[in-house]
Design a protein around this ligand. Structure first.
Ligand SMILES: Nc1ncnc2c1ncn2[C@@H]1O[C@H](COP(=O)(O)OP(=O)(O)O)[C@@H](O)[C@H]1O
Ligand SMILES: C=C(OP(=O)(O)O)C(=O)O
Length: 822
């Protein structure tokens, strides 16, 4: 018997093939699994099948049997000792199945029926009652006798590997050594089990009589079948690395120690596939429409069951518990149940990590079931593709199917807070980063994806509170997350040292390209996506403020926009009416990659700079913000991190980061408030004539424009028209001064026809056979009135187009997104 058994992580070993003969798979018609799915089944790996979702196999190929049995032999019966179980609880449990009914013992407590929910009852209807088994590691009463006190009666002459009772030369040496030690040497700890021995399972199986609180909870609330799947609770970073490397194709450790993983076909969010369950408790609060499309409770149940069925077919699933919200008064407890180690590590980084005692009896407020490697059934009513991201505010759950992009989980939690905070606590949720100066002055940076929240909040002179999601309460600002999720394209140590240095052991890189020999990441390579990312714990940023909370109210509110048309000035000072106008409008260009199908910068109006995540009507957040700004006398600025000199398609270039940083330094030092300002036509924005560290000609787009006066006037008018048109839908709820704070344009007949770039193309409810929602023809938009061209909607279940990196920087034509209002 090998003596080194305990050094082998059972998580790394395949589990019994018996589990795969259970016939519980529903084989998808046209799976488009990501690498996680492809690699997750060890059976398939060892059997050499190319099928993404294997059919249930009653038998293994001989090579698979050999490997599995060898590994089980290596594990040996010693996993059934209490000590081994303590070390390897989740998998040892899973290795010792199927579970024959075991007689009640003194150490277990039968649960009351009232404690079991509907799902549980359904799940268990043909099974035994549920027992909670208490874990008492100090007790040896239940221990089987040690191996050397009982012989293994099974003859395994046909076994292709050595009989563990025959001690080979190496083992003899080891055995002699250990027997010299003490009566508690490993050999004495090895137990045998005489139940159901077969040639494949020479050690037999033994009912596991202990289940953790977490296992029982998952069983009761979600039918997670701990008889079938190993539940890995809150694994360490190292354990998750190991599992990702073993089970997830393409995962690797980069030269700086980060784990790199692939999300499969989906490398950005899928806003068209997001659904909110329409149910009485939240129905009247939700902002229904193209952002929050309703899902019936019936369809929710079908998808949830599908996700759980999928999770139950895994060999192991991961549970990550964490908090959302650094302020203990408002935080919610989140549990993530997922099939991929990369997802688990991602959420371990992105949630606030509880300490050991907080984890002990952690009962979540919200649970995410991420079965992203498995598609939704497109023929389920209301499904328009194989992807589904659904939230149920009544059940406090989120279910993900058909996308492995990790950002869905973090933005799902964010949507939950966009609902919970204002509705339950009158707290404002912000799609913003935040940092704090040495004097305690707080700056919040609102902005849609890619506008610079992460980049600009990482500032060596200021403490980072958070890079993406915050809440503004009656007592200050707190970060929702425990980590950051930075864009990596073009990342360099010179330009963004804080983020660059955060990419180390524990960080998760997503969809990056690396050199197979050196394992150096090529941050300029966008072969897989332009939305390359890294998720790291916030403490990896050297000057992070931990806990990520400030008791001060913001001094500066910065509305970040990334204007690919080059029309908005790099910096403008806003009065309060303008602040509300621009906050409600949320104009920016969607940057390529973050959302499925967006491959070039696209003009969009994303209300509150957060439209895809808003649970309530934008005006509810806007009104709360107006009150807070008024109460705390915050300064507000509009900062364009986008193009200068001309548009992205007409030879402009993105505002160099060093100038944007110099502008921010000017704001924080107070110098920018003191300089002379001029009016920027049409938009009536106050722009500084000078700013330390920034060429003055850059500050006013009229001066910076390279393509002549006519073209400038035309572009300004076009964009102004889009703003005015877009704001019409909010006019009923906005005050006259806010409406007037928008651009002033001579509305000729042609401007009237400018399409609403944020008017989502109508999406018909009926599912399309090709999986894409039907998009009604967009109104005639371009040329005469200069509106952006509206391109055909991308297939929501198709992967984003892969672009050569050369196309990234100079993104050409601006296209209205087919999902421009999401
Ligand atoms: N002037 C600029 N200001 C901010 N970011 C810029 C600028 N120019 C280029 N960038 C790049 O734009 C991206 C902004 O991404 P990020 O900060 O992650 O946005 P967000 O956090 O808002 O999603 C980064 O890759 C950054 O290097
Ligand atoms: C992750 C996202 O946002 P951000 O780029 O702001 O981090 C996202 O929108 O999917």
């Amino acid at each position: 018997m090998p003596t080194s058994t305990f050094r082998i992580s059972p998580m790394l070993l395949p589990r019994s093939p018996v589990l795969f003969s259970a016939g519980c798979f529903r084989r998808p018609r046209s799976p488009a699994p990501g690498p996680g799915a492809a690699a997750d089944s060890p059976i398939r790996r060892f059997a050499g099948s190319a099928t993404a979702f294997p059919r249930p196999r009653p038998l293994l190929t001989s090579s698979a049997c050999l490997l599995l049995t060898n590994q089980r032999a290596a594990m040996g019966a010693n996993l059934s000792t209490p000590a081994a179980r303590a070390l390897t609880a989740p998998s040892s449990a899973s290795l010792l199945r199927p579970l024959p009914p075991s007689p009640p013992s003194k150490s277990r407590i039968q649960l009351q029926t009232s404690q079991t929910n509907q799902h549980h009852q359904r799940h268990r209807q043909n099974r035994n009652p549920i027992y909670v088994y208490t874990r008492n590691l100090s007790s040896t009463a239940d221990m089987a006798p040690p191996l050397n006190n009982a012989a293994d009666p099974v003859e395994r002459s046909s076994s292709p590997y050595p009989d563990p009772r025959q001690i080979g030369p190496k083992s003899k040496i080891l055995a002699a050594r250990t027997s010299n030690y003490h009566s508690t040497s490993l050999r004495n700890m090895v137990t045998i089990n005489t139940v159901n021995k077969t040639a494949l399972h020479p050690g037999g199986v033994q009912p596991v009589r202990e289940h953790t609180e977490l296992e029982e909870e998952l069983h009761q609330t979600a039918d997670i079948d701990y008889d079938r799947v190993a539940i890995v609770p809150n694994p360490s970073v190292a354990a998750l690395y190991e599992d990702a490397l073993v089970y997830e194709t393409g995962s690797a450790i980069t030269s700086t120690g980060a784990l790199t993983a692939y999300s499969g076909a989906k490398t950005g969010r899928s806003p068209l596939d997001k659904r909110i369950v329409k149910e009485p408790s939240s129905e009247n609060e939700i902002w229904w429409g193209p952002v929050n499309k309703p899902m019936t409770p019936e369809v929710w149940r079908i998808n949830r069951e599908r996700a759980i069925d999928y999770l139950n077919t895994r060999n192991r699933i991961y549970v990550v518990d964490g908090f959302a919200g650094w302020d203990e008064k408002y935080r919610i407890k989140v549990r993530v149940v997922c099939a991929r180690a990369y997802h688990a590590l991602f959420m371990r980084n992105m949630l606030i990590r509880p300490n050991r005692s907080e984890l002990e009896h952690f009962h979540p407020d919200y649970t995410i079931y991420n079965a992203g490697s498995f598609p939704a059934n497109r023929y389920t009513e209301g499904m328009t593709s194989g992807t589904s991201v659904a939230i149920n505010f009544a059940e406090k759950e989120m279910v993900i199917l058909g996308t492995e992009y990790a950002g869905e989980m973090k933005k799902g939690v964010f949507t939950v807070l966009f609902y919970e905070m204002p509705v339950k606590h009158n707290v404002l949720t912000l799609h913003s980063s935040a940092n704090e100066g040495k004097n305690g002055d707080v700056t919040v940076f609102f902005g849609l994806s890619g506008t610079g929240k992460t980049t600009l909040s990482a500032d060596p002179n200021r403490a980072l509170i958070g890079d993406d999601e915050h809440c503004w309460t009656e007592r200050g600002v707190f970060n929702i997350e425990g980590g950051c999720y930075a864009k990596c394209l073009g990342l360099s140590a010179e330009k963004e040292p804080d983020i660059f240095n955060a990419i180390k052991f524990g960080s998760v890189l997503e969809n990056v390209v690396f050199n197979v020999e050196t394992r150096d990441v090529d941050f300029d390579d966008a072969t897989l996506t332009e939305n390359t990312r890294c998720a790291y714990p916030i403490e990896y940023i050297q000057n992070a403020k931990i806990p990520c909370i400030s008791e001060n109210h913001p001094t500066n509110i910065i509305l970040l926009t990334c204007d690919a048309r080059g029309v908005l000035p790099p910096i403008s000072k806003l009065n309060s009416a303008q602040t509300m106008f621009h906050f409600i409008s949320g104009y920016t260009s969607k940057m390529a990659g973050t959302e499925d199908g967006v491959t070039e910068p696209q003009a969009t109006f994303s209300s509150c700079f957060a439209q895809p995540f808003l649970a309530l009507h934008p005006m509810r957040y806007a009104k709360m913000l107006a009150e807070k700004i008024e109460q705390h006398k915050a300064n507000a600025w509009l900062l364009n991190t986008g193009w200068v000199g001309a548009g992205a398609s007409t030879g402009g270039k993105r505002c160099p980061l060093k100038y944007t940083r110099a502008i921010l330094d000017g704001i924080h030092s107070g110098e920018l408030a003191k300089v002379e300002y001029e009016n920027y036509e049409t938009f009536n924005l106050a722009v500084p004539k000078t700013c330390p560290g920034v060429p003055s000609e850059l500050l006013n787009p009229r001066n910076a424009w390279t393509a002549g006066n006519d073209s400038f006037r035309q572009e300004v008018t076009k964009l102004g028209g889009l703003f005015v048109e877009n704001f019409k839908k909010y006019a009923d709820e906005a005050t006259a001064d806010v409406i007037k704070a928008g651009p002033e344009i001579n509305v000729g007949p042609e401007i009237k026809d400018v399409p609403e770039t944020n008017a989502s193309p109508e999406i018909k409810a009926a599912p399309e056979t090709n999986g894409g929602p039907e998009i009604k023809a967009a109104p005639e938009t371009n040329e005469t009135n200069g509106g952006p061209e509206i391109k055909a909607v991308p297939e929501t279940n198709g992967g984003p187009e892969i672009k050569a990196s050369s196309e990234i920087n100079g993104g050409s034509e601006i296209k209205a997104s087919p999902e421009t209002n999401v």
